[in-house]
Structure formats: C-alpha cells, structure tokens
Design a protein around this ligand. Structure first.
Ligand code: BDR
Ligand code: CA
Length: 303
C-alpha cells in the first residue's frame, strides 16, 4: 500500500484523482490532502477538496490549506478551464467537516518526519507547498519515499504557452526547487496525460452507473479544456497499477526566468547526456488508455 499525501488545486481532474485514490484502499492510503492556489484561489481549492471528500463519504480525511500564492509573484495565474468554482459548476454537497488548523507545509513536514521513507507525495497542482516544505525543513528531502507529480511538457507543446504546462508555469521557482532536491520523482507531464483523453460516450456510460457517478460525469463535462484529459488521475493510476504506463529515466530542468521560456521543462533522456547530468526523474511517456479508463470506471463504480 502506498501511503500518500495529495497536494492539489481542485480542479476537476484533481477531484477525479482524489476520488480514484479514495476508491482504491487496497493500493492507497490517503494520509491527507493539502491544497494550494492554482486553478482557482486557495480558499476555493481547500473548500473544493472538502466537498469532494464529503461526496465520497470520507469526512475523516484531514484537509489542510497551504500557500495562497507562488514563490515570486503576489498572486497566482489561475485557470478558466475548470469553471468559476473550479469544479465545473456542478451542484455538490457542502463540506460536512472543517479544514484542519495549521499550515499544509507543516503537515507535510510532520508526516514525512514521523514516517521516514514511507510517504509518497503526489503534487497535482503548482509545486509551491512542496518547495516550501523542502526549504523550511531540508531534512525531509532524504525521508520522502518519492514524489509523483503532474506537470511539465518535455517533448510536446505546453498548454499555457507554447513551451509551458500550467502547474509548472504557475510556479516555476517552486518547480526548480523540487526538481533539484535530490528526491526520487516521476513526472507525469503532458507527454503522457494528453494521451488520457475522455470522450462524450465514456462520460455517458459513467453517468448511467448511478447518481454519484452522474455528478462525477457532470463535473468532467464542465471541464472546458479543448481536449478534456485525465491529467491528475494518471498520478494515482500509476500507483495503483504501474503496468498501465511507460517511462524512461531523464534529467529534468525548469526555466524559471520571467521570459518567453518561463515554465519550460527541458528533459534529457539520451544516455550520453545522462552521464553528465544524472537522471533526477522518470519521465512518463505513454499510457494504455483503454485499460486506464477501465480502471477508472471500475473504481468509481464503487461510489
Ligand atoms: C494541470 O493543470 C490543471 O488545470 C489541471 O488540474 C492539471 O493539474 C494540467 O496542465
Ligand atoms: Ca491540478
């Protein structure tokens, strides 16, 4: 069983990632959810995370709020594709439980120090909380089992600018800190997540499986990206069944200048380049989409 913390900015696909994790108790123990400003402001992301836990009947999950802005800017860039409320405008239950007191960064530090080598961090939003945790308590770097993050675009175009993916673009300074921290990491960038498309017939099927599933499907329909993709759920799906995905070792760097290259992730994968700059990530490159969708349907059908 993977003992994980999901660090997120719900966000429709973040919500699906949380629901997938909570529906997979054999493979995943969710120690907590931490939220960050990203798709929508911080107050919305923590509220949405609690609404999703309530929808899942899991009001026992600790939810902590973290950073309200990126490292070097006074406010976040935000995103419009998840609707004004971040969850596609779907009528969801009000959260039935309170936000935990204390800062997300302190929760992450405490969780890692209390269980050295056991915690997998799953950041699926901008990396501000994770970077700040590393800066505040550098001793956690050697005690995190692994970081499995959604972000970046190595060999395909970005989705915010021609060269940058949203999570990395939103806080490239945090991404730089995380990538250079010497922690084992798997990168689920657009290279793989753009292969995980969802279609209208798939959502029709999901919708027919029950009232909660209908809400989940409606949320996914509210996702206004050109090609709706299961970006964030890929991170959780890999922990459940790594055979769904392909990956290669790589050395990733991020451009953290405020110019046209802001947020660009450059990844070296050639053996001769990796001799000079050793691999710091596994770059995920492919997914078996039919099996991924089958897993998602099977797990979500428990709701
Ligand atoms: C990422 O950006 C967000 O809008 C999604 O939730 C996902 O984490 C995809 O680029
Ligand atoms: Ca996200």
């Amino acid at each position: 069983t993977h003992n994980i913390i999901i660090d997120c900015d719900p966000g429709v696909d973040d919500a699906v990632a949380i629901l997938l994790a909570l529906a997979s108790p054999r493979e995943i123990e969710l120690a907590g959810i931490t939220t960050v400003a990203g798709n929508v402001p911080l107050a919305r992301t923590e509220y949405n995370a609690r609404r999703i836990c309530t929808l899942a009947g899991r009001e026992d999950i600790p939810v902590y709020a973290g950073c309200a802005r990126p490292m070097l800017e006074s406010s976040g860039v935000g995103s419009t594709v998840h609707g004004d409320d971040g969850l596609g405008g779907v009528l969801l239950p009000e959260p039935g439980f309170a936000l935990r007191p204390g800062h997300a960064v302190d929760f992450i530090i405490r969780a890692v120090l209390d269980a050295p080598g056991e915690i997998t961090l799953c950041p699926i939003g901008p990396l501000t909380n994770i970077a700040l945790a590393i800066v505040k308590e550098p001793a956690i770097a050697g005690k995190i089992k692994q970081i499995v993050f959604m972000g970046g675009a190595a060999f395909c175009p970005g989705n915010v600018t021609p060269v940058a993916e949203f999570n990395i673009y939103a806080d490239p300074w945090a991404a730089h800190i995380v990538l250079s921290a010497g922690i084992r990491q798997a990168m689920f960038g657009l290279d793989v997540t753009l292969q995980a498309t969802i279609t209208a017939p798939y959502l029709d099927h999901l919708q027919s499986l029950g009232p909660r599933l209908a809400k989940i499907a409606a949320m996914m329909r509210g996702y206004q990206a050109g090609d709706p993709c299961l970006h964030d759920p890929c991170v959780i799906a890999w922990l459940i069944d790594p055979t769904l995905f392909d990956g290669v070792p790589g050395h990733a760097m991020v451009c953290h200048q405020e110019d046209a290259l802001r947020g660009n992730t450059m990844v070296a994968i050639k053996a001769r380049h990796l001799q000079k700059t050793p691999a710091n990530i596994t770059l995920m490159t492919g997914v078996d989409r039919p099996r991924l969708l089958a897993l998602l349907t099977e797990r979500l059908s428990h709701y």
